[in-house]
Design a protein around this ligand. Structure first.
Ligand code: ADP
Ligand code: MN
Ligand code: MN
Ligand code: MN
Length: 371
């Protein structure tokens, strides 16, 4: 048995069963973040009606001792449905539902970043914060090497792969195209996709999304990616530096604006937000990967289109800075800016929460804000 074996099961046979009528019954697949803060889990329940919105889906539970989430002898955890999507694998009327996890005492689980994020977004809602996140990831073959890389040795140096075309430049496009369609079907707000600088590395963008929607849509996009990869016998990793040496790492650039930044004259509001961010660099770095900066320190070296993890820098069109103002935004005098620091494996709830705390709620290290 290898990780690719299930992908070789006869898909034509599967289609015969998937065409069977399902009557009035609807399959709802509950999706949640496990105790690692990076892994996703799911399980499915039959409803005898079609839920029209998330409120129609009942709470459920699972065994937290099997997901690194249990609290002592109380291993039952609650699944609270938060955001409903269409199911691109079982098709309509079946659903996917992203859930928050609560402990036995109904307090948020350690890796439930959504609860405080949604409170912060509620406080900041009059500023209409928008986000667009660029999810970079690497396809890994069953040998634990990037998909399509030679068994012994390495592909040619970086250069021809970014946005490339042709079998010698592009590794695994089928997966990217299937994932894109799955996102569109599901209702995930995917904005685009491109091949990345390292062969077998890709990116998709989600957004613009307002407030809590950013985390919901990106987490579901990740679930769809892992699920599509399953069908192809390939594994997607969000490790921020999967291959050491002269190969690009993987980030999750976070594009951000408020209503006042998006209007003529908005550049001064962008600059004021950057000024606030400059005073909280370490605090943000701690929030930008699940290991408090340890994962990102392998990536943010100051090379390969990154800034150093130790410095805060900002500039127009500068891809070696912590913060980049896109050239067009500099010319127009309004728009949005890009925080290039978050790692590919960041929690988008944590990232968007801390950006809003610093730039809208004016939180500082000395004055944390309770929500
Ligand atoms: P890059 O040039 O850095 O590679 P991309 O095109 O990959 O940029 O991603 C840009 C992201 O910015 C997209 O996710 C898009 O939805 C988002 N975006 C566009 N306009 C705004 C805005 N006003 N506020 C926040 N995000 C935005
Ligand atoms: Mn991009
Ligand atoms: Mn990129
Ligand atoms: Mn970018």
């Amino acid at each position: 048995m290898s990780v690719a074996d299930s992908s070789k099961l006869n898909k034509t046979v599967r289609e015969v069963y998937m065409k069977l009528p399902q009557g009035d019954q609807v399959q709802v697949t509950y999706v949640w973040i496990d105790g690692t803060g990076e892994g996703l889990r799911s399980k499915t329940k039959t409803l005898d009606y079609e839920p029209k919105c998330v409120k129609d889906i009942p709470e459920w539970n699972f065994d937290g001792s099997s997901t690194y989430q249990a609290e002592g002898s109380n291993s039952d955890m609650y699944l609270i449905p938060c955001h409903m999507f269409r199911d691109p694998f079982c098709l309509d009327p079946n659903k996917l539902v992203l859930c928050e996890v609560l402990k036995y005492n109904r307090k948020p689980a350690e890796t439930n970043g959504r609860m405080t994020c949604s409170k912060v977004m509620e406080k900041a809602k009059d500023s209409y914060p928008w986000f667009g996140m660029e999810q970079e990831y690497t396809l890994m073959g069953i040998d634990g090497r990037p998909y399509g890389w030679p068994k012994n040795g390495f592909p040619g140096p970086q250069g021809p792969y970014y946005c490339g075309v042709g079998a010698d430049n592009v590794y695994g496009r089928d997966i990217v195209e299937c994932h894109y369609r799955a996102c569109l079907y599901a209702g995930v707000k995917i904005a685009g996709t491109n091949a990345e600088v390292m062969p077998s590395q890709w990116e998709f963008q989600v957004g613009p999304c307002e407030g809590i929607d950013m985390g919901d849509h990106l987490w579901m996009a990740r679930f769809l990616l892992h699920r599509v990869c399953e069908d192809f016998g390939v594994v997607a990793t969000l490790d921020p530096k999967p291959i050491t040496g002269n190969w690009n790492g993987a980030g999750c650039h976070t594009n951000y604006s408020t209503e006042e930044m998006r209007k003529p004259g908005g550049l001064k509001h962008i600059e004021s937000a950057i000024e606030k961010l400059s005073k909280r660099h370490e605090h943000h770095i701690k929030a930008y990967d699940p290991k408090g900066g340890a994962d990102n320190s392998r990536r943010l070296t100051g090379h390969h289109e990154t800034s150093s993890i130790f410095d805060f820098t900002a500039g127009v069109a500068n891809r070696g800075a912590s913060i980049r103002i896109p050239r067009q935004v500099g010319q127009d005098g309004f728009g949005y800016f890009e925080d290039r620091r978050p790692a590919a494996n960041c929690d988008p709830y944590v990232v968007t929460e801390v950006i809003v705390r610093t730039t809208i709620l004016n939180e500082t290290d000395d004055h944390p804000i309770e929500v």
